[in-house]
Design a protein around this ligand. Sequence first.
Ligand SMILES: [Zn+2]
Length: 260
Amino acid sequence: MPVQKTQAIVIRAFSLREAHKIITFYTPNFGKVKAMAYGVKSPKSKLSGSLELLNHGMLLFNYRENRDLQNLTGFELIEGFDGIRTDFARITYGCYLAELIDAIASEGNANPEVFDLLRDTYQFLTDADDLALLARFFEIKFLDLTGYAPQLSQCANCGSVVTATSVNNTQSVLVVLFSVRHGGLLCGDCQHRDTSAFSIAPGSCELLKTLRKSELGKLSRIRASTRNHRELKLVLSSFIQYHTERNLKSLKFIESVLEV
Ligand SMILES: [Zn+2]
């Protein structure tokens, strides 16, 4: 049983009876790794306290392919993201990102760019101003890296160029139509194909494209209106729900507590 050493972030911790926990890590080279941490809740355990949710560290485990639970042998803390942990809104968003990774990523499926995205986003989450925009940035980048990104440049059904259409023949109110089922924008000729498609402002669509191309270091320069925030969240959360086939508990919590 070869011992593996890899960077890892704790994305889920599940307490069992006695002093054990099942910990789910996200790693660059093994994707999700689920491991049993025996006796970790005991104060005598050398792992006690280091396996908190969101902790970034160096994981040691005995790797066996096709095994549900790996055997954890060590975890050396690199960064505990204290700036996230001490702020209610930041820890809530931090838990949401971890839950999102847990919902979409799969075990044994390496995606080092997703790991970098999660680690870097947590670093920015410690002092970002617009937490909702940071979450939207993470979502669109994550969807891109996992192959689920929405089609925002052309019609998701026929591939033609999408132009904004007027609402009630008023040129001043222009919208584009977004279909979750078709995976992106729909042109005027194809809009009848999905009656549940919803309309968003062309500016919100442009902002989504900007976020997709942007970097974390440039995020503080991007401004989003209340309408942009509402529509970006609608597009991305509908899309994520469609692909994960579940309601993420922490997203519901954010909606009810932080984004009212
Ligand atoms: Zn079309």
